[in-house]
Design a protein around this ligand. Structure first.
Ligand SMILES: Cc1cc2nc3c(=O)[nH]c(=O)nc-3n(C[C@H](O)[C@H](O)[C@H](O)COP(=O)(O)OP(=O)(O)OC[C@H]3O[C@@H](n4cnc5c(N)ncnc54)[C@H](O)[C@@H]3O)c2cc1C
Length: 462
């Protein structure tokens, strides 16, 4: 057993170099704290290597395929031939590789002690990696998440999670996607654009069930048009596979044959087996519990990212990492409001939201105190140019601020930036209506929705 740097006690020892962990490390180093960052696999974690970035590269390739296929409607003669999956994968891997290199350089450029290896919490202030102990006045747990399955549903062969789906070297002809949440609908969208027949199976009554109901309806309509099949409110009962196919059976008695089954039923916390329970960290169903300042029940031990119950999103992890570093440095940062975290589902069409849904607002404030308005993208010039449909829906407290923005449409994810300022700065529609939105942009749709809700609609029909 050896002790790091002659028994040195660091300001902060971070376990896990994903979005949460590396953001904490970078911010802590900026603030002059001494930092140890421990990572057993690749710096950047799920988001960079198996999550956000590679999936969005696939979605972009999918968009290019759609553009080629649909070019005729814009008066451009092009033909879609086929997907060169090796080419798609090399483009995707190139994007990930460049960002990985950049991130490694960034961490190297700061005074961060980067340790490769699996760490284990052996005391409230100590993490051990391959026999070396790293002591910290503060420890940050950021070990992330893994793709969950269902009881009795074994991953292997033609039954896979997003991890394997991202490295496929062929385009399947027929796919069943189990789970109509964010990851499920994004893969469904990619495969459909690549030419596959796709069926989504979702146990809850609608696709993207965490979103405002209007967004689910719009996405379902769009998917129907794209001939992406989906079965909602129906549960999976079993799967069998041969060398060439899978047969998925449902509790309804239906069965679906396909080339592969993608299991996208959510992500579980990767927080067991690293000594957390043994040291006495309070946990619930595998998640590490924290207060709003991201402190666990053990003084000096914090947790960030997907192991903390709540939205499993990279930018939440970044912000939590920054928060913890600033908290440790004594800056007293303001707690992160979970509902103010923007959410984007990058399928075609995109779904983007921030704040609370109309149903949540009615429950919170009483139905009579909530007003909503749906601005149809039919009145938005740029959306017409792009040939996309959808809407911007606003939810406000009557005579009060906007508490939720919910959007559907191609590229509408890009509009979440202003939407999140509006919700988090508690803007009134009347205030946003005074601001000028450039014409012709999809961003205008946000402005128009606020104008309409403020009682002075411009290009709003009905
Ligand atoms: C397919 C997919 C698509 C996604 N798309 C998006 C998206 O578009 N936008 C978005 O915001 N989010 C997206 N996410 C979610 C996002 O990837 C996660 O929210 C984010 O990565 C969580 O960060 P984290 O730091 O908590 O964990 P992780 O990124 O999982 O990082 C944890 C790190 O800890 C390391 N580790 C674990 N245990 C130990 C140990 N004992 N010792 C040393 N190291 C350890 C792991 O190797 C890993 O690198 C997606 C996820 C998936 C799977």
């Amino acid at each position: 057993m050896s002790e790091s740097a002659n028994g040195q006690v660091h300001d902060i020892v971070i376990l896990g170099g994903g979005s949460g962990g590396y953001a904490a490390a970078l911010r802590a180093a900026e603030l002059g704290l001494s930092v140890v960052l421990i990572e057993k696999d690749k710096l950047g974690g799920t988001c960079l290597h198996r999550g956000c970035i590679p999936t969005k590269a696939l979605l972009h390739a999918a968009e290019v395929a759609d553009s080629a296929r649909e070019s005729g409607q814009f008066g451009v003669r092009a033909t879609f031939e086929s997907i060169d999956i090796a080419g798609v994968n090399s483009y995707k891997d190139g994007v990930v590789g460049r960002l990985y290199k950049g991130l490694q350089g960034l961490v190297k450029s700061k005074s961060i002690t980067y340790v490769e290896g699996e760490g284990r919490l052996v005391a409230a202030d100590t993490v051990e990696v391959a026999g070396t102990r790293y002591r910290g006045r503060n420890v940050v747990l950021g070990t992330g998440s893994y793709a969950r399955s269902l009881p009795g549903l074994e991953i292997g062969g033609r039954v896979m999670t997003s991890d394997q789906a991202l490295t496929l070297d062929y385009v399947p002809n027929r796919v069943v996607v189990l789970g109509g949440g964010v990851i499920g609908v994004e893969f469904a969208s990619v495969w459909r654009s690549f030419g596959a027949e796709v069926t989504i199976v979702e146990a809850l009554p609608r696709l993207v069930p965490a979103e405002d109901e209007s967004c689910s309806k719009a996405l379902e309509r769009a998917f129907r048009k794209r001939k992406i099949a989906f079965k909602t409110g129906v549960r999976f009962s079993g799967v069998s596979q041969t060398d060439t196919s899978v047969t998925v059976t449902l509790e309804s008695g239906d069965s679906i044959e396909a080339d592969l089954l993608l299991v996208a039923v959510g992500r579980g916390p990767n927080a067991t087996g690293f000594g957390f329970e043994e040291v006495g960290v309070r946990m619930d169903r595998g998640f590490v519990l924290t207060d709003e300042r991201l402190r666990t029940n053990i003084p000096g031990v914090f947790a960030v990212g997907d192991i903390v119950p709540g939205l499993q999103l990279a930018h939440r992890g970044f912000q939590q990492g920054i928060f913890v570093a600033e908290e440790i440095a004594g800056l007293g940062p303001a707690p992160i409001v979970e509902s103010g975290i923007p959410r984007v589902t990058y399928c075609e069409p995109e779904v983007a939201s921030v704040g609370i849904t109309e149903a949540q607002a009615k429950e919170k404030f009483g139905a009579e105190n909530v007003e909503s308005y749906e601005y149809n993208l039919g009145g938005n010039g740029k959306s017409q140019i792009l040939a996309t449909t959808g809407f911007v829906k606003l939810v406000r407290r009557k005579d009060g601020p906007v508490v939720g923005v919910h959007m559907v449409g191609a590229r509408m994810g890009e509009q979440i930036g202003e939407a999140q300022l509006i919700v988090n700065w508690e803007a009134f529609p009347e205030e946003v209506a005074q601001l000028v939105h450039a014409h012709p942009t999809q961003n205008e749709a946000l402005g128009e929705a606020h104008m309409a809700l403020a009682g002075k609609p411009l290009h709003a029909h009905g």
